[in-house]
Design a binder for this molecule. Structure first.
Ligand code: AP5
Length: 208
Protein backbone atom coordinates (compact mmCIF):
# COMPACT_ATOMS: atom_id res chain seq x y z
CA UNK A 1 0.00 0.00 0.00
CA UNK A 2 1.86 3.09 -1.26
CA UNK A 3 -0.52 6.01 -1.07
CA UNK A 4 -0.38 9.75 -1.69
CA UNK A 5 -3.05 11.71 0.18
CA UNK A 6 -4.16 14.86 -1.62
CA UNK A 7 -6.44 17.60 -0.35
CA UNK A 8 -6.42 21.19 0.85
CA UNK A 9 -5.19 22.29 4.26
CA UNK A 10 -7.50 20.80 6.89
CA UNK A 11 -9.19 18.43 4.43
CA UNK A 12 -8.58 15.57 6.88
CA UNK A 13 -5.41 14.00 5.45
CA UNK A 14 -3.75 13.60 8.84
CA UNK A 15 -6.94 12.28 10.44
CA UNK A 16 -7.35 9.60 7.76
CA UNK A 17 -3.64 8.74 7.81
CA UNK A 18 -3.76 8.21 11.59
CA UNK A 19 -6.65 5.76 11.18
CA UNK A 20 -5.02 3.86 8.30
CA UNK A 21 -1.79 3.58 10.27
CA UNK A 22 -3.63 2.28 13.35
CA UNK A 23 -5.58 -0.30 11.34
CA UNK A 24 -3.04 -1.37 8.73
CA UNK A 25 0.37 -0.54 10.21
CA UNK A 26 1.79 1.33 7.22
CA UNK A 27 4.29 4.18 7.67
CA UNK A 28 2.82 7.68 7.97
CA UNK A 29 5.08 10.18 6.23
CA UNK A 30 3.77 13.66 6.96
CA UNK A 31 6.08 16.43 5.80
CA UNK A 32 4.17 18.88 8.01
CA UNK A 33 4.88 16.71 11.09
CA UNK A 34 8.53 16.20 10.09
CA UNK A 35 8.99 19.95 9.62
CA UNK A 36 7.23 20.80 12.91
CA UNK A 37 9.52 18.31 14.70
CA UNK A 38 12.55 20.04 13.13
CA UNK A 39 11.25 23.44 14.27
CA UNK A 40 10.62 22.11 17.79
CA UNK A 41 14.10 20.54 17.86
CA UNK A 42 15.71 23.84 16.80
CA UNK A 43 17.64 22.14 13.96
CA UNK A 44 19.13 24.06 11.02
CA UNK A 45 16.29 22.74 8.82
CA UNK A 46 13.72 23.80 11.41
CA UNK A 47 15.14 27.32 11.57
CA UNK A 48 15.04 27.60 7.78
CA UNK A 49 11.52 26.15 7.50
CA UNK A 50 9.81 28.12 10.28
CA UNK A 51 9.37 31.43 8.47
CA UNK A 52 7.73 29.75 5.48
CA UNK A 53 5.42 27.65 7.66
CA UNK A 54 4.35 30.59 9.84
CA UNK A 55 3.42 32.51 6.66
CA UNK A 56 1.56 29.54 5.14
CA UNK A 57 4.05 29.37 2.26
CA UNK A 58 5.70 26.21 0.93
CA UNK A 59 9.11 25.38 2.35
CA UNK A 60 11.73 25.24 -0.48
CA UNK A 61 11.44 21.99 -2.46
CA UNK A 62 14.94 20.64 -1.89
CA UNK A 63 14.62 20.80 1.91
CA UNK A 64 11.39 18.81 1.84
CA UNK A 65 12.54 16.37 -0.84
CA UNK A 66 15.64 15.47 1.23
CA UNK A 67 13.43 14.85 4.27
CA UNK A 68 11.12 12.54 2.35
CA UNK A 69 13.97 10.62 0.68
CA UNK A 70 15.48 9.93 4.08
CA UNK A 71 12.13 8.85 5.56
CA UNK A 72 11.31 6.55 2.63
CA UNK A 73 14.52 4.64 3.32
CA UNK A 74 13.45 3.81 6.91
CA UNK A 75 12.63 0.18 7.70
CA UNK A 76 8.97 0.83 8.51
CA UNK A 77 8.39 2.42 5.08
CA UNK A 78 9.45 -0.69 3.17
CA UNK A 79 6.09 -2.46 3.54
CA UNK A 80 4.03 0.56 2.51
CA UNK A 81 3.62 4.27 3.18
CA UNK A 82 1.06 7.02 3.31
CA UNK A 83 2.45 10.32 2.08
CA UNK A 84 0.54 13.15 3.76
CA UNK A 85 1.31 16.69 2.57
CA UNK A 86 3.83 15.58 -0.05
CA UNK A 87 4.06 16.12 -2.97
CA UNK A 88 2.84 19.73 -2.83
CA UNK A 89 3.71 20.85 -6.36
CA UNK A 90 4.70 19.40 -9.72
CA UNK A 91 8.45 19.54 -9.03
CA UNK A 92 7.94 17.45 -5.88
CA UNK A 93 5.64 15.00 -7.70
CA UNK A 94 8.07 14.44 -10.58
CA UNK A 95 10.96 14.02 -8.14
CA UNK A 96 8.96 11.53 -6.09
CA UNK A 97 8.20 9.47 -9.19
CA UNK A 98 11.86 9.28 -10.14
CA UNK A 99 13.05 8.52 -6.58
CA UNK A 100 10.51 5.71 -6.24
CA UNK A 101 11.36 4.36 -9.65
CA UNK A 102 15.05 4.22 -8.64
CA UNK A 103 13.95 2.20 -5.59
CA UNK A 104 11.86 -0.14 -7.78
CA UNK A 105 8.66 1.14 -6.18
CA UNK A 106 5.53 2.89 -7.40
CA UNK A 107 2.52 4.78 -6.06
CA UNK A 108 -0.61 2.61 -5.95
CA UNK A 109 -3.14 5.38 -5.43
CA UNK A 110 -3.40 9.16 -5.11
CA UNK A 111 -6.44 9.73 -2.94
CA UNK A 112 -8.05 13.17 -2.99
CA UNK A 113 -10.04 14.12 0.10
CA UNK A 114 -12.32 16.72 -1.39
CA UNK A 115 -13.59 19.51 0.91
CA UNK A 116 -14.89 23.02 0.11
CA UNK A 117 -12.79 25.99 1.34
CA UNK A 118 -15.55 27.28 3.69
CA UNK A 119 -15.51 23.97 5.59
CA UNK A 120 -11.73 24.09 5.77
CA UNK A 121 -11.64 27.52 7.42
CA UNK A 122 -14.05 26.33 10.11
CA UNK A 123 -12.16 23.09 10.74
CA UNK A 124 -8.73 24.66 10.98
CA UNK A 125 -9.90 27.43 13.31
CA UNK A 126 -11.16 24.70 15.66
CA UNK A 127 -8.23 22.30 15.34
CA UNK A 128 -6.06 21.50 18.36
CA UNK A 129 -2.93 19.33 18.19
CA UNK A 130 -1.22 17.34 20.96
CA UNK A 131 2.17 18.75 21.87
CA UNK A 132 3.41 15.33 23.00
CA UNK A 133 2.18 12.80 20.40
CA UNK A 134 0.87 14.96 17.53
CA UNK A 135 -2.71 13.67 17.82
CA UNK A 136 -5.13 15.88 15.89
CA UNK A 137 -8.33 16.86 17.65
CA UNK A 138 -10.66 19.79 18.14
CA UNK A 139 -11.23 22.59 20.66
CA UNK A 140 -13.51 20.14 22.53
CA UNK A 141 -10.43 18.11 23.56
CA UNK A 142 -9.19 19.70 26.80
CA UNK A 143 -6.31 17.19 26.92
CA UNK A 144 -5.13 14.65 24.34
CA UNK A 145 -7.54 11.66 24.32
CA UNK A 146 -4.66 9.42 23.24
CA UNK A 147 -1.86 10.28 25.68
CA UNK A 148 -3.21 12.97 28.06
CA UNK A 149 -0.76 15.54 26.63
CA UNK A 150 -1.34 19.29 26.28
CA UNK A 151 -3.41 20.38 23.26
CA UNK A 152 -2.35 23.58 21.46
CA UNK A 153 -3.35 25.62 18.40
CA UNK A 154 -0.83 25.53 15.54
CA UNK A 155 0.64 28.94 14.63
CA UNK A 156 -0.50 28.47 11.02
CA UNK A 157 -4.11 27.80 12.07
CA UNK A 158 -4.75 31.54 12.56
CA UNK A 159 -7.34 33.02 10.12
CA UNK A 160 -4.94 35.18 8.04
CA UNK A 161 -2.50 32.29 7.55
CA UNK A 162 -5.30 29.84 6.71
CA UNK A 163 -6.31 32.12 3.82
CA UNK A 164 -2.81 32.12 2.41
CA UNK A 165 -2.51 28.32 2.78
CA UNK A 166 -5.72 27.96 0.77
CA UNK A 167 -4.33 30.26 -1.96
CA UNK A 168 -1.06 28.32 -2.05
CA UNK A 169 -3.00 25.04 -2.30
CA UNK A 170 -5.06 26.35 -5.21
CA UNK A 171 -2.07 27.66 -7.11
CA UNK A 172 0.63 25.05 -6.41
CA UNK A 173 -0.95 21.82 -5.19
CA UNK A 174 -4.34 21.48 -6.89
CA UNK A 175 -2.69 20.88 -10.33
CA UNK A 176 -1.54 17.52 -8.90
CA UNK A 177 -5.11 16.28 -9.16
CA UNK A 178 -4.73 16.32 -12.96
CA UNK A 179 -1.16 15.02 -12.71
CA UNK A 180 -2.32 11.85 -10.93
CA UNK A 181 -5.51 11.57 -12.97
CA UNK A 182 -3.28 11.48 -16.05
CA UNK A 183 -1.38 8.56 -14.53
CA UNK A 184 -4.66 6.72 -13.84
CA UNK A 185 -3.95 6.79 -10.08
CA UNK A 186 -6.54 9.32 -8.85
CA UNK A 187 -9.43 8.38 -6.58
CA UNK A 188 -11.65 10.93 -4.85
CA UNK A 189 -13.69 10.79 -1.64
CA UNK A 190 -16.13 13.37 -0.31
CA UNK A 191 -14.33 14.75 2.75
CA UNK A 192 -17.26 16.87 3.94
CA UNK A 193 -18.96 13.89 5.61
CA UNK A 194 -18.52 12.86 9.26
CA UNK A 195 -15.09 11.38 10.04
CA UNK A 196 -16.34 7.75 10.26
CA UNK A 197 -18.08 8.09 6.90
CA UNK A 198 -15.03 9.62 5.24
CA UNK A 199 -12.92 6.78 6.61
CA UNK A 200 -15.36 4.15 5.27
CA UNK A 201 -15.17 5.84 1.84
CA UNK A 202 -11.37 5.95 2.04
CA UNK A 203 -11.16 2.22 2.77
CA UNK A 204 -13.58 1.45 -0.03
CA UNK A 205 -11.60 3.58 -2.49
CA UNK A 206 -8.41 1.78 -1.46
CA UNK A 207 -10.06 -1.65 -1.68
CA UNK A 208 -9.43 -2.32 2.04
P1 AP5 B 1 0.83 20.40 6.79
O1 AP5 B 1 1.01 20.05 8.20
O2 AP5 B 1 0.98 19.35 5.75
O3 AP5 B 1 -0.53 21.17 6.66
P2 AP5 B 1 -1.76 21.01 5.62
O4 AP5 B 1 -1.58 20.30 4.37
O5 AP5 B 1 -2.20 22.39 5.50
O6 AP5 B 1 -2.61 20.00 6.30
P3 AP5 B 1 -3.17 20.04 7.69
O7 AP5 B 1 -2.28 19.27 8.62
O8 AP5 B 1 -3.46 21.45 8.10
O9 AP5 B 1 -4.58 19.39 7.49
P4 AP5 B 1 -5.06 17.89 7.26
O10 AP5 B 1 -5.58 17.73 5.88
O11 AP5 B 1 -4.03 16.91 7.75
O12 AP5 B 1 -6.32 17.90 8.22
P5 AP5 B 1 -6.52 17.27 9.67
O13 AP5 B 1 -6.67 15.79 9.55
O14 AP5 B 1 -5.49 17.79 10.62
O15 AP5 B 1 1.85 21.56 6.37
C1 AP5 B 1 2.08 22.69 7.19
C2 AP5 B 1 3.12 23.58 6.54
O16 AP5 B 1 4.36 22.87 6.38
C3 AP5 B 1 2.77 24.05 5.11
O17 AP5 B 1 1.95 25.20 5.10
C4 AP5 B 1 4.16 24.33 4.54
O18 AP5 B 1 4.69 25.54 5.03
C5 AP5 B 1 4.99 23.19 5.15
N1 AP5 B 1 5.01 21.99 4.27
C6 AP5 B 1 4.48 20.77 4.57
N2 AP5 B 1 4.67 19.92 3.56
C7 AP5 B 1 5.33 20.60 2.60
C8 AP5 B 1 5.80 20.27 1.31
N3 AP5 B 1 5.60 19.05 0.78
N4 AP5 B 1 6.44 21.23 0.59
C9 AP5 B 1 6.65 22.45 1.09
N5 AP5 B 1 6.22 22.85 2.31
C10 AP5 B 1 5.56 21.93 3.06
O19 AP5 B 1 -7.96 17.88 10.04
C11 AP5 B 1 -8.12 19.26 10.33
C12 AP5 B 1 -9.17 19.44 11.45
O20 AP5 B 1 -10.44 19.02 10.97
C13 AP5 B 1 -8.90 18.62 12.72
O21 AP5 B 1 -9.30 19.33 13.85
C14 AP5 B 1 -9.77 17.37 12.54
O22 AP5 B 1 -10.13 16.78 13.77
C15 AP5 B 1 -10.95 17.94 11.77
N6 AP5 B 1 -11.54 16.97 10.82
C16 AP5 B 1 -10.90 16.13 9.98
N7 AP5 B 1 -11.78 15.44 9.22
C17 AP5 B 1 -13.02 15.87 9.61
C18 AP5 B 1 -14.34 15.53 9.19
N8 AP5 B 1 -14.59 14.62 8.23
N9 AP5 B 1 -15.38 16.18 9.80
C19 AP5 B 1 -15.14 17.12 10.77
N10 AP5 B 1 -13.90 17.46 11.21
C20 AP5 B 1 -12.87 16.85 10.62
Amino acid sequence: MNIVLLGGPGAGKGTMAQRLVADFGVAHISTGDLLRAAVKGGTELGMQAKKYMDAGELVPDQLVIDLVKERLADDDAQEGFILDGFPRNTVQAVTLDSELSAMGRTIDCALLIDVAPEVIVERLSGRRTCRACGYTGTAADAVCPKCGGEMYQRDDDKPETIKNRLDVYEKSTSPLVEYYRGQGLLKTVDGAQAIDEVYAAVKEALGL
